[in-house]
Design a protein around this ligand. Structure first.
Ligand code: ARG
Length: 611
């Protein structure tokens, strides 16, 4: 793994060590101890080295160390002026050593790793760690909706980002396939379905099941309205409604293993799961392992009884097992009901423990909506109480709600936006745009291209916002070809590809910087800005991983595209005044394409060679 900062860290460490010796202090500074930052403002130079970490060793304030270091480096260069990999102009600024790089030397050092290193200079900061990421985790009574699309792309993207930093990642999904919700779809189907199937109706199988859930909800509403007119309160009416009671009865039959109920459950769940998997395939989401609630819901009980024995939990008057988390600034919470049945948190405790047995992880990330924040605080506190070491490394990647602007699109239920319908409609709009721009003939498969544009638009839009924030998804804006969008990035990629094709430069462009390419010619302002943006890529990936926030990468990609646009506008590439300048600019463009493709993959925006 190469990174253009490395020669700098080596040089600074060497000089600091020499300074220690001069001061008569024993010890040395290793390159790994040197922190190199990319300053946000050009007046601070191109690289900044904070000296805070060395104050103790030198027994001096960071500003004084920075001053001495700047002088020592300048003096070194005066003594042997032959150009080094790490050459520049040095200045102390408060606790920082700032460096204005020698552009020519830096250009080669930046492009090198981007073209030669399969990891594009990304630091392997998570190498050796095992991280499990849970995401999507749908219920099987209805198909995926817009909220799942945000969850799915967050989970998939974070998994890719963590893996890009060297982690071993395992993507998992818990399918909540049991409980009253699925019995509702089952009941409506049983009473009104008359042997109909997804095939007989020509409907995608998860939508077919969802249709019965909608039917149940409507019928139940009619029943409760009727009961309310007779004077029952809303709550009473809900509980008394015959449909509700029949659904509950069905759940009891399921738990008792009634063959007919179980067979119906199997059939309908298989339909839903099959339909969901189709949506996952379509959106490029995948899992290494599926867990099913029907197989895990009995887990956890034993652990809770063990905890009760150890005195970690207590029994309430009614016999329920409880935990007191007031010491942790949380509440008291039921863990097992008085009749011994489990609740949501019971199975989550069992599931976490089981997952760690299946695949011992260092960290487990749960991508789940922000409305479950409290649930996860409680879950993590309980697992800590139970003494699991890994419980200190559980993380709830909580995300906000996503809605469509009023009136943009109606779903079957009128409230939730169906995932497949939304993608279909984005694809149709993208296809219309392709036709309008008369690009159909240039494309092998316009419909496939439109699908990729739709996914790029959707995924970028969903990820460009900080996960915690609620957001509106605006389909029209997401598809815009100019602006901060997925299609804009895709267009940029296609434009560079097309230019490289014209120049007959290999597309994927791994391999060495061809000998004789004079990177030092890339010293114009637009070239320099673009080079510095490329150099910032490894940090952007590391930052996105540390913050578990793909929007960092979305913002990076937008900066990269803007910097490339400026370069493309200011600097003729194929028609550069000299052949070696043209070659150097092509090498730079190849580097941009590699980083663009890599980062687009990390945020699940499909790449298109032609657009
Ligand atoms: N299926 C649940 C829902 O739709 C989310 C499950 C989240 N994961 C978990 N381990 N509790 O709300």
């Amino acid at each position: 793994m190469k990174n253009f900062k490395d020669p700098w860290k080596t040089r600074i460490a060497r000089t600091l060590t020499a300074m220690l010796k001069d001061a008569g202090i024993a010890g040395r500074v290793e390159p790994s101890q040197v922190v190199a930052e990319l300053p946000p403002q050009p007046e601070y130079g191109d690289l900044g080295f904070p000296m805070f970490g060395f104050a103790k060793l030198f027994r001096k304030g960071p500003p004084l160390i920075a001053q001495t270091l700047a002088a020592a480096l300048t003096e070194e260069d005066a003594r042997c002026p032959e150009s080094r990999e790490a050459a520049g102009v040095f200045a102390a600024c408060g606790p920082y050593l700032n460096v204005h790089l020698d552009r020519g030397a830096a250009a080669a050092a930046i492009i090198g790793p981007v073209l030669e290193d399969p990891a594009l200079g990304r630091p392997g900061i998570l190498t050796g760690s095992r991280i499990m990421v849970e995401f999507s985790s749908p219920n099987t009574n209805k198909p995926l909706h817009l909220g799942h699309l945000r969850n799915d792309v967050l989970g998939e993207s974070i998994s890719r980002i963590l893996a890009a930093c060297g982690a071993e990642v395992r993507k998992v999904c818990i399918i909540n396939d049991r409980g009253i919700h699925i019995c509702k779809s089952m009941l409506a189907y049983k009473e009104h379905g008359l042997g109909r199937t997804p095939e007989s109706e020509g409907v995608k199988s998860d939508h077919f099941v969802g249709g019965w859930y909608v039917k149940f909800s409507r019928d139940l509403k009619a029943e409760t309205e009727g009961l309310k007119e007779k004077g029952l309160s809303g709550k009473e009416a809900e509980a008394e409604a015959p449909l509700q009671q029949r659904a509950q009865q069905m759940l009891r039959l399921w738990e008792a293993g009634d063959p007919e109920t179980v067979a119906l459950w199997k059939k309908m769940n298989a339909w839903t799961v099959e339909g969901m998997k189709e949506t996952y395939r379509r959106t490029g989401i995948s899992f290494d392992q599926y867990y099913f609630e029907s197989q895990t819901y009995l887990l956890g009980k034993e652990e809770i009884l063990k905890g009760l024995e150890q005195g970690l939990f207590y029994k309430a008057e009614d016999g329920a097992v409880m935990v007191d988390l007031t010491g942790e600034k949380l509440d008291k919470k039921v863990l097992l009901r008085s009749d011994g049945t489990s609740i949501y948190i019971t199975q989550d405790i069992g599931l976490a423990i089981n997952r760690n047995r299946d695949w011992p992880f260092d960290r487990l990330v749960y991508v789940v909506g922000s409305e479950q924040q409290y649930h996860f605080q409680v879950l993590f506190a309980i697992l800590k109480k139970l003494g699991f070491e890994w419980a200190n490394n559980l993380y709830h990647l909580s995300y906000g709600m996503v809605n469509l602007p009023e009136g943009k699109m109606k779903s079957r239920e009128g409230t939730v936006v169906d995932a497949d319908d939304l993608i279909d409609s984005l694809r149709d709009d993208a296809l219309a745009e392709i036709r309008e721009k008369e690009r159909e003939d240039a494309l092998d498969d316009p419909k496939e291209a439109a699908e990729k544009v739709a996914l790029g638009a959707l995924h970028y839009y969903l990820l460009q916002v900080n996960p915690q924030k609620d957001m509106l998804f605006d389909p029209r804006e997401s598809l815009s070809f100019n602006g901060n969008t997925g299609p804009y990035l895709q267009y940029m990629g296609a434009r560079i590809s097309s230019m490289l094709r014209k120049a007959a430069v290999p597309q994927d462009a791994g391999g060495e910087v061809p000998g004789g390419i004079a990177c030092k010619l890339l010293s114009g302002d637009a070239e320099w800005e673009l080079l510095k943006t490329l150099a910032a890529y490894p940090d952007a990936v590391a930052d996105a991983a540390a913050r578990m926030d793909p929007s960092v990468l979305a913002a990076y990609l937008y900066e990269l595209s803007k910097a490339f646009s400026r370069f493309y506008h200011d600097c003729p590439i194929l028609n550069a005044p000299q052949a070696d300048l043209s070659a150097a600019r092509l090498a730079l463009s190849r580097g941009v394409l590699r980083v663009l493709k890599d980062a687009m993959h990390l945020i699940c925006v499909p790449f298109l060679e032609i657009m």
